[in-house]
Write a protein that binds this ligand. Structure first.
Ligand code: C2E
Ligand code: CA
Ligand code: CA
Length: 602
C-alpha cells in the first residue's frame, strides 16, 4: 500500500525507511524487513539500526520506536479491508506461530503469500499481494522480510464480472472462504436469484439484448439491497446476495423487514416493476429466489451456497416468481431423485428392465389384447414399480429412452412370437405426454414408431398407443398431427385413465381415438357405489355413442365384472383375469391358444 497521508514517508529517523522500490521493480512494489520476535531491546535496536531493515508506510513512528512487531502489524491491519482482515490475520498468525515454534536457528523459509484489499492514498481500495518469509538470526531474533506488490488490475480481471462490474464466482468463493475462517458465530444468509425464462429472451431478442437485461437486473438488485449486503454474479442470469453478518439490517428503515425472505420478496418486486417501467427494456420479467441461512454461523460456506442453489432449483421446479427456503427435506428429496436418475440410466444399460403383458378380455372372457407394463428388477433382488420411477423419468427427460425401449422390446417380442407361428394379439403401449410434443421430420412420433416396427418386421396394426387425457388435452391439435399418420397406418389409440382428466365430448370427437380405458378408481367401488356406477354407466354410453370402445381397468372381482358386463362394457383388464405376465409366460399361454383365463371361467 502506498504511503498514507497520516504517516508521510520520512516521518521518524532516516534509517526507518531504507528503501521504497519504485520503477526498478515496477510501480507499487515495496520491500519490508523487520524483526518480529522475540520482542525486547535487541528487536528495537535491530529495527532502528539494521542497514537492511526496510519498513513500509504502515508503521507509525511511535510504533516503530517502541520496536513492537505487534504494534507494526496492528497499524498495518487498520488499513486492510474489513472483509479481508480475517484472511490476513490468519496469515500473520501463522507467521508468528512459525516464528515461535517451527523455525530452526539459521534457517530461512520459503516465501508464502496472501492477497488482500488495502487503503490507497486517495482513500479507495486497492488489491495488494504480500509475499514474506522468516529467517532466524543467531542472536535469537526472527526477522520477517517480504514485498508488497499492488495487484489491483490483475485482481480486477480475476474477480470482477465485466458486464455488471459485480464480483464473480471466484470473488464469492474468496469472500465465503474468509467467512469460513471466522471464529465468531454470526448469522449468515444467502439469496440465490435467477431470472425466469431468461433463455427465451436471449434466444428471441438476441444476446446483446440479453446482456442489457442482465446489467439492468444487477443495477436494480444492487439499488434495493440493504447496506452491508454484497451482490455477486455467478453466471448468465444468476446472482447471489450475501447477507452477512448484518445484525443492523433489521433496523434499516429503507428496507422492509430484515429477514432474507422479506428481502428476497422485496428484490422480486423491484425486478418485475423495474423492468415493467423501464423506458427501453419494458419487459414482463420475474425472478425466482432460493434462500439458505445459518443462524449459528457457518463452518462451510460452500455448503451454504449449494443449499441456496438447491432451494433455487426447487423454487424453479414449481413455478416462476417463486421463493424457496432450503430445508433438509428438500435435500433428501433431491438426493433420492438424483440417485434414482442415476439408477434409471444404469437399469437401461444393464438389462434390469423387463416388460410384462397383462391380457385384456372380451365379454366372453377371451383374450383379445394385452397391455405392456414396465418392470424394473434391480440386481439386489428388489423391484421398483413404474409409478415410482416414470414420473421422475418424465422430469429428467429419460422417459424418451424408456418409451423407446418399451416400443422396441414390444416389437421384438411380437416378431419373436410370430416367427414361432403364433398369432399374438394387439399389444398396448403406454406413451408419455412428452411424446406428443411438436417434433417433426425424423423426430416425429410417427416416423420413430414406423422405423422401430420396420426394423422388427412388425405390422403397425398390432399396436395400440395408450395416452392419458391430460397428455392429449395439453395441445390437442398437435396430438392430432402426431397421431393421425399412425392411425392411418393401422395403429389404435386409447385414452388411458379416462375420467381422471378433463377431456370434453367435443375433444373426443375431434381426436383420432378408438377406445377409452375407464380408470380403475371408478371400477374399484363397483357395484356398491351408486355414484361411480352412474359415472361408469354415463361414460360407457357416451363413448359408445361416439363409436368408441370401452375397456375397464382394475377388474378384481366377479361382481365388478358382472356389473360392467351389464352396463355394456366392451373389454376388461384386471387381476380377475390375469396378473401382468412375463414375456415367457405370456408366450406359453399363447401356445395354449387364447382360451378363457382360469379365474374368469370359474
Ligand atoms: P396404467 O397404464 O393405468 O396401468 C395399469 C396399472 O394397473 C398397472 O400398474 C397394472 O399392473 C395395474 N393393474 C392391473 N390389474 C389390476 C387390478 O386388478 N387391480 C389393481 N389395483 N391394479 C391393477 P403398473 O404396472 O404398476 O403401472 C402403473 C402405471 O405406470 C401405469 O398405469 C402407467 O401409467 C405407467 N406405466 C407402466 N408401464 C409403462 C410404460 O411402459 N411406459 C409408460 N410411459 N408408462 C408406463
Ligand atoms: Ca395404461
Ligand atoms: Ca390406466
Amino acid at each position: 500500500m502506498p504511503q498514507s497521508a497520516a504517516h508521510p514517508r520520512g516521518a521518524g529517523p532516516e534509517n526507518r525507511i531504507i528503501r521504497l522500490i519504485q520503477g526498478t521493480q515496477g510501480a507499487g512494489v515495496e520491500v519490508f524487513n523487520f524483526a518480529l520476535y522475540p520482542e525486547g531491546e535487541e528487536m528495537v535496536r535491530y529495527n532502528q539500526t539494521a542497514p537492511d531493515a526496510c519498513v513500509t508506510h504502515f508503521s507509525s513512528a511511535e510504533v516503530w520506536q517502541a520496536g513492537s512487531a505487534l504494534g507494526v502489524i496492528q497499524e498495518f491491519a487498520s488499513k486492510i479491508h474489513p472483509e479481508d482482515l480475517e484472511d490476513v490475520s490468519a496469515y500473520i498468525q501463522l507467521h508468528y506461530s512459525r516464528a515461535e515454534h517451527g523455525l530452526v536457528e539459521g534457517a530461512t523459509e520459503k516465501f508464502s503469500s496472501e492477497r488482500f484489499r488495502g487503503l490507497r492514498e486517495d482513500g479507495s481500495w486497492g488489491w495488494y499481494e504480500i509475499r514474506s518469509r522468516l529467517y532466524h538470526l543467531p542472536s535469537g531474533l526472527v526477522i520477517t522480510e517480504g514485498v508488497f506488490t499492488e495487484v489491483t488490475e490483475l485482481m480486477r480481471l480475476l474477480l470482477i464480472d465485466d458486464l455488471t462490474q459485480l464480483g464473480n464466482r471466484k470473488a464469492l468463493e474468496r469472500r465465503l472462504g474468509s467467512l469460513n475462517r471466522r471464529t465468531t458465530a454470526e448469522p449468515l444468509e444467502l439469496i440465490n436469484i435467477d431470472l425466469d425464462d431468461f433463455k427465451s429472451i436471449n434466444d428471441s431478442l438476441g444476446q446483446d439484448f440479453g446482456d442489457l437485461v442482465i446489467a439492468e437486473t444487477a443495477r436494480i438488485v444492487r439499488d434495493h439491497l440493504p447496506d452491508q449486503a454484497a451482490l455477486y454474479r455467478l453466471e448468465a442470469d444468476e446472482f447471489l446476495v450475501v447477507l452477512s453478518p448484518n445484525p443492523s439490517a433489521a433496523a434499516d428503515p429503507a428496507h422492509p423487514g430484515s429477514s432474507a425472505l422479506e428481502i428476497a420478496r422485496h428484490l422480486q418486486r423491484a425486478i418485475s416493476s423495474g423492468f415493467q417501467q423501464h423506458t427501453s427494456l419494458a419487459l414482463h420479467l420475474t425472478a425466482c429466489c432460493g434462500i439458505a441461512g445459518s443462524t449459528t454461523g457457518c463452518s462451510d460456506a460452500r455448503l451454504l451456497i449449494q443449499q441456496a442453489n438447491t432451494a433455487l432449483w426447487r423454487a424453479k421446479q414449481e413455478r416462476s416468481a417463486n421463493i424457496c427456503v432450503y430445508s433438509d427435506a428438500i435435500s433428501t428429496e433431491i438426493q433420492s431423485r438424483l440417485e434414482l436418475k442415476r439408477t434409471i440410466d444404469h437399469a437401461l444399460r444393464s438389462g434390469e428392465l423387463d416388460l410384462h403383458y397383462q391380457p385384456q378380455v372380451d365379454q366372453a372372457g377371451r383374450w383379445i389384447s394385452a397391455e405392456a407394463l414396465l418392470r424394473w428388477h434391480k440386481s439386489d433382488g428388489t423391484s421398483i414399480g413404474p409409478d415410482a420411477f416414470i414420473p421422475i423419468a418424465e422430469q429428467t427427460g429419460q422417459i424418451r429412452m424408456l418409451d423407446h425401449w418399451v416400443l422396441d422390446r414390444t416389437c421384438a417380442d411380437l416378431a419373436c412370437w410370430t416367427r414361432q407361428g403364433l398369432t399374438p394379439p394387439r399389444l398396448a403401449i403406454n406413451l408419455s405426454s412428452v411424446e406428443l410434443e411438436r417434433l417433426h421430420g425424423e423426430h416425429s412420433l410417427a416416423v420413430r414408431i414406423q422405423a422401430i416396427c420396420a426394423r422388427h418386421g412388425v405390422s403397425l396394426d398390432l399396436l395400440t398407443l395408450e395416452l392419458t387425457e391430460t397428455a392429449i388435452v395439453k395441445d390437442w391439435q398437435e396430438a392430432v398431427t402426431q397421431l393421425q399418420p399412425l392411425v392411418d397406418a393401422g395403429v389404435e389409440v386409447a385414452i388411458d385413465d379416462f375420467g381422471t382428466g378433463y377431456s370434453s365430448l367435443k375433444l373426443l370427437q375431434l381426436l383420432p381415438i378408438h377406445k377409452i380405458k375407464l380408470d380403475k378408481s371408478f371400477v374399484r367401488t363397483l357395484p356398491h357405489s351408486t355414484n361411480d356406477h352412474r359415472i361408469v354407466a354415463g361414460s360407457i354410453q357416451m363413448a359408445q355413442n361416439l363409436g368408441l370402445r370401452v375397456v375397464a381397468e382394475g377388474v378384481e372381482s366377479p361382481a365388478q365384472w358382472q356389473c360392467l358386463q351389464a352396463l355394456g362394457c366392451d373389454a376388461y383388464q384386471g387381476h380377475l383375469f390375469s396378473q401382468p405376465l412375463s414375456a415367457a409366460t405370456f408366450c406359453q399361454r399363447l401356445q395354449g391358444q387364447i382360451s378363457p383365463v382360469p379365474a374368469a371361467s370359474s
